[in-house]
Design a protein around this ligand. Structure first.
Ligand SMILES: [Zn+2]
Length: 429
């Protein structure tokens, strides 16, 4: 009897917590949607590399000169062309923004978002859009990791994509012995069955870094405790293509778009987080020095560029939470102190580029691929990223971003909350 009462009490307490959510549909417990156990994963609605190419060329044709595309490289495995789409010149006085998506092939919705945004920039005669085009230079690299984005099928599961590209480790190409271990961010077999790199650990703050010249810096994983906090080597053609565009544009701001699993804001407020953001990827006291061609180069994160990162992240937070209508909670992504003993993530493009006087912003949309969410929420998540990036462009066009107090970022954007797994709809809560 006693046990029964306490169960009812627990039920009532849980019910009270979730009372604000619709209970009619198990998909909305505790504020999903979540993919159902018997729902075979279909990614047929997602863009593929050939769709991206065809749409970019179509937009360019119809943009009446607003947009220019260029092939900046080819994916390692399937040799898909990688495009940059340019709105504005690199050599004018406007603020410059570089945005890439899907550096992890199985994180597709950023590509969907920027394709919509580019369509608007290419076609619309709305006054805000014209203001953006007149006052901001913005370049996009959609679907950077086209290998990983290429859909394949797994029996009894459905469609899948991979985080990594398709590429072997080739030590001799870099002047290393044939039996040299691969960098720590290389996987000999992804679930596609192919080898590949995590392109988002392949960056180095020294943009001219060449492993063939600096093969002494190659250090396979696990040799010291800082192994994950090391820069990468630009061994992937995808990271090199992005790096080349970064060098050409020298952007004031770099935006990089991802997905992660599902988080709630906090134990006290278990509302689902639909977006995590972050503006810092290496600690301020990190200093990377390299001697290249007789010259010594030193790379650090400066307070000045970090402040602009804080302003950009704060602007997006404020704009998306305003009215708190369409979207869920926004928090920070886990902080730099949480990665590799506080060494941070210099091998990420955000980390390396931030050490080159560029402000940065990370988008981590809910749902690793569509596995966690099914497809019902995709439109909302695409919209959230689209709105965030659009507001950013507008914030630079009007100058509003520079008026934001950078301390808002530290003081007002909540820290990352706990991660949660897919609830079993059969169990009630
Ligand atoms: Zn990612």
């Amino acid at each position: 009897m006693k046990k029964k009462i306490s169960l009812v009490l627990v039920f009532m307490m849980v019910f009270a917590v979730f009372a604000s959510y619709s209970l009619a549909n198990p998909q909305s417990i505790p504020n999903g949607p979540w993919i159902q156990p018997d729902q075979n994963v279909s990614l047929s609605s997602l863009l593929q590399p050939e769709d991206v190419e065809q749409r970019l060329l179509d937009m360019e044709r119809r943009s009446k000169g607003r947009m220019e595309t260029e092939i900046i490289g080819y994916s390692s495995g399937y040799e898909w062309p990688i495009y940059v789409a340019k709105f504005g010149e690199a050599d004018n006085d406007n603020p410059k923004i570089l945005i890439d998506t899907q550096i992890h092939g199985n994180e597709p919705l950023g590509t969907e978002a920027v394709m919509h945004l580019m369509q608007t920039l290419a076609m619309s005669n709305n006054k805000e859009v014209r203001d953006i085009l007149d006052n901001v230079t913005v370049w996009f690299i959609p679907m950077l990791n086209a290998d990983g984005a290429t859909i394949f099928e797994i029996e009894d599961y459905g469609d899948a994509q991979t985080r990594q590209n398709i590429q072997y480790w080739t030590p001799e190409e870099w002047g290393l012995d044939a039996d040299t271990d691969a960098p720590w961010y290389h996987v000999s077999q992804t679930w596609r069955g192919t080898p590949g790199y995590d392109i988002n650990r392949d960056a180095h703050p020294h943009l001219d870094f060449d492993l063939a010249v600096h093969s002494d810096q190659h250090s396979p994983c696990n040799e010291d405790e800082n192994w994950g906090g090391q820069p990468g080597f630009y061994v992937t053609p995808e990271a090199r293509a992005l790096r080349d565009v970064f060098k050409e544009l020298e952007p004031d701001l770099y935006i990089n778009h991802h997905h992660r699993g599902s988080n709630i804001e906090s134990e006290e407020n278990p509302e689902l987080t639909t977006l995590q953001i972050l503006g810092q990827f290496v600690p301020l006291d990190r200093e990377d020095t390299i001697v290249d061609n007789g010259e010594t180069y030193t790379y650090t994160l400066t307070e000045e560029s970090l402040d602009l990162s804080r302003q950009v992240n704060a602007l997006v937070y404020q704009k998306l939470q305003k009215g708190n209508s369409l979207f869920g909670q926004i928090t920070k992504y886990p902080r730099v102190e949480d990665f590799y003993g506080g060494y941070g993530l210099p091998g990420t493009t955000l980390g390396s580029f931030s050490m080159n006087d560029t402000a940065v912003m990370l988008y981590e949309t809910r749902g690793q691929s569509t596995r966690d969410t099914g497809q019902k929420a995709n439109g909302r998540y695409i919209r959230q990223s689209l709105d965030g990036i659009y507001e950013t462009l507008l914030g630079f066009a009007t100058g509003e971003v520079y008026d934001i107090d950078p301390s808002f970022y530290e003081d007002e954007i909540p820290e990352a909350g706990p991660r949660i797994t897919v609830p079993d709809p059969g169990q009630g809560f």
